[in-house]
Design a protein around this ligand. Structure first.
Ligand code: C5P
Length: 222
């Protein structure tokens, strides 16, 4: 229907940072708040979607009518994503690009003799790219947070990760992006470019959810 364009549509979304253990008490992570992903999950649920929200460690309330799965590492996030097949997949999480190769079983102690420890890092799986390569694959939507050449990098990601849409934002502007309550975006696809002006993340999420729903109906509904 017009008011519930995503009724009966399964939508999985990742949000927040991932946390990559170094030892039992330390980790590598980033400043993602999860706000944009949680707002999108809420908006998609309002449009009738069956939403699974795969959340890294964030301090946010579960949106109403949304199934939430809490994870820590990128590997756990990928497993949860693969275990929850969807019609639309939105990668909103700020996944750590690397993890520690060998997580220490015990707390690493400061040692004057051996000096600073060397951490060996290995690459994490690309969750969004992996989901886009599944058969059948859902309609995949990515985010590109960049500090320069935003649209150039976004188009590259759109192609490389085989996405239907990419939502690009400039995180060099501290009024928007990480931890802020506001955001602005440019949505790019193979043949579209739509600008969403700066507004609250809630209101932007609402507009993006409608845009994603329209794109799904025009290009993916079989
Ligand atoms: O390549 P980059 O990390 O900038 O791409 C960002 C997009 O890819 C976001 O949608 C993010 O959620 C997703 N991503 C992912 N798994 C990764 C890295 C990024 O799903 N390991």
């Amino acid at each position: 229907s017009v008011s519930k364009p995503l009724a009966g549509v399964r939508l999985t979304i990742t949000a927040g940072p991932t946390r990559e253990a170094i030892d039992p008490v330390r980790y590598i992570s980033n400043h993602s708040s999860g706000k944009m992903g949680f707002a999108l999950a809420q908006s998609a649920a309002k449009l009738g979607a069956e939403v699974t929200l795969i959340a890294g460690p964030v301090d946010l309330q579960t949106p109403t009518g949304v199934k939430r799965l809490d994870v820590e590492s990128a590997q756990e996030m990928l497993e949860a994503a693969l275990a929850n097949p969807s019609d639309i997949f939105i990668g909103c999480a700020a996944v750590a690009d690397y993890r520690v190769a060998n997580i220490a079983e015990h707390k690493i102690k400061k040692n004057a003799q051996s000096g600073a420890p060397q951490l060996e890092l290995i690459e994490n799986p690309d969750i969004l790219k992996t989901i886009a390569e599944q058969n059948p694959a859902p309609m995949c939507v990515g985010f590109a947070a960049e500090t320069r050449d935003v649209e150039t990098y976004a188009i590259d990601k759109l192609k490389r990760k085989k996405l239907a849409l990419i939502i690009a934002n400039d995180v060099s502007n501290s009024d928007i992006g990480f931890n802020s309550d506001n955001n602005a975006a440019v949505v790019l696809s193979a043949d579209e470019r739509v600008v969403f002006e700066q507004q609250s993340k809630t209101s932007l999420a609402h507009q993006l959810a409608h845009y994603i729903a329209n794109h799904f109906h025009q290009n993916f509904r079989r």
